[in-house]
Design a protein around this ligand. Structure first.
Ligand SMILES: Cc1cc2nc3c(=O)[nH]c(=O)nc-3n(C[C@H](O)[C@H](O)[C@H](O)COP(=O)(O)OP(=O)(O)OC[C@H]3O[C@@H](n4cnc5c(N)ncnc54)[C@H](O)[C@@H]3O)c2cc1C
Length: 320
């Protein structure tokens, strides 16, 4: 029997798995309880480009994002992780100042305006981690299980079920926290994407302010994710056919090499948005220490390591 203190993490999306690994590496004996397998979570749907989007407060997001960037940079050296450092461009229809997250990104510049296609008048060029979630989540799960962790697939019906089960409980239930903890500040921001065969693209492209809808192209090893949408308060998980056609049209306009790319699937995910990310601790009456880590909006992957390191700090662990 191990005499390490016991921690229970709720949820095995990117927040739960990363928190579990940070706690484990700081000396806790960790189990995860989750209603779904990593491949069935919102996290598995994510793009997932390192890019702070729809997450607050900005000062904490910048610090968590910068910490995560460093960890992803190191992971990109391991081909098994599914993390790749990729160059890309964000296009603008008017001249813009540097983004608020600029300091977290070592390779950042501007494209010459003369080389931009109409109607663009400015563009950031930058290199950031792009994480292939269907590879990365199994990599995290394997790392957790190799470290002695156990994943239990079971829904938590109420907080009362968890009295005295562990010294520490970490809540990484994403949108599930709305029902489980009655947190009505949490709401979905629905995102639809089209997954196509990659015709040989390597650079991501973002045009967040296309008047017809935000557009992005995220190339991965063998496919590309084309987006997208951001519908606040919408819980619909079924893809909409007209939306998929419109996404394809916008992305082909941005990158003509996508013409005729074979469609593999339409995807929908619900970003767990909140006025501010909830990352804080709470003592319950039975003596359990709770740490909440949810509400990351469109940035859960981008912030995952910084938030998980803070979870370990809040749990009282020394973190390197
Ligand atoms: C279309 C789209 C594109 C995105 N692109 C990006 C991107 O490019 N970059 C980026 O950083 N982020 C991106 N995101 C956002 C990112 O996916 C989320 O912020 C992130 O996945 C949240 O992770 P999480 O682990 O907190 O939640 P989730 O992945 O939702 O995991 C929640 C976990 O909690 C479990 N759970 C819930 N309720 C209970 C319960 N009662 N009992 C037990 N278990 C429970 C679930 O089963 C699951 O395991 C995107 C999201 C979408 C939808």
């Amino acid at each position: 029997m191990s005499n390490r203190p016991k921690a229970l993490v709720l949820g095995c999306g990117v927040s739960g798995l990363t928190s579990a690994i940070c706690l484990q590496e700081a000396g806790w004996q960790v189990s995860i309880r989750s209603s779904s397998h990593p491949q069935e979570t919102t996290s598995n749907t994510a793009g997932a480009v390192w890019f702070p989007y729809r997450a607050d407060p900005k000062d904490r997001v910048l610090a968590w994002g910068a910490q995560s960037f460093k960890v992803f940079n190191a992971l990109a050296r391991d081909p098994a992780s599914g993390v790749h450092l990729r160059e890309g461009i964000e296009l603008w229809r008017e001249p813009v100042p540097d983004p608020w997250w600029r300091d977290a990104v070592p390779q950042f510049g501007r494209a010459p305006v003369s080389g931009l296609p109409s109607p663009y008048l400015d563009a950031y060029t930058f290199a950031v981690p792009v994480i292939e979630m269907p590879v990365y989540l199994p990599y995290l799960l394997d790392r957790f299980e190799t470290g002695g962790g156990k994943l239990i697939l079971r829904t938590v019906g109420s907080r009362d079920e968890l009295c005295n089960v562990a010294r520490l409980v970490v809540n990484c239930t994403g949108l599930g926290a709305r029902e489980l903890f009655g947190d009505l500040k949490l709401y979905p921001v629905r995102g639809q994407m089209v997954r196509v065969v990659n015709p040989g693209l390597t650079r991501f492209v973002i045009d967040e302010h296309d008047p017809e809808g935000m557009s992005y192209i995220i190339p991965r090893s063998s496919d590309c994710l084309l987006g997208g949408t951001a519908d606040e308060g919408c819980w619909e998980l079924a893809p909409d056919e007209c939306t998929a056609t419109a996404i394809l049209d916008r992305c082909v306009r941005l990158e003509p090499r996508l013409v005729g790319a074979r469609v593999l699937e339409d995807k929908v995910g619900l970003r767990p948005a909140r006025s501010a990310i909830r990352l804080e601790r709470e003592h319950s009456l039975d003596g359990t220490l709770w740490v909440h880590n949810y509400g990351h909006g469109g940035s859960g992957v981008t912030l995952s390591w910084g938030c998980a390191q803070e979870v370990a700090r809040l749990a009282g662990c020394p973190v390197s």
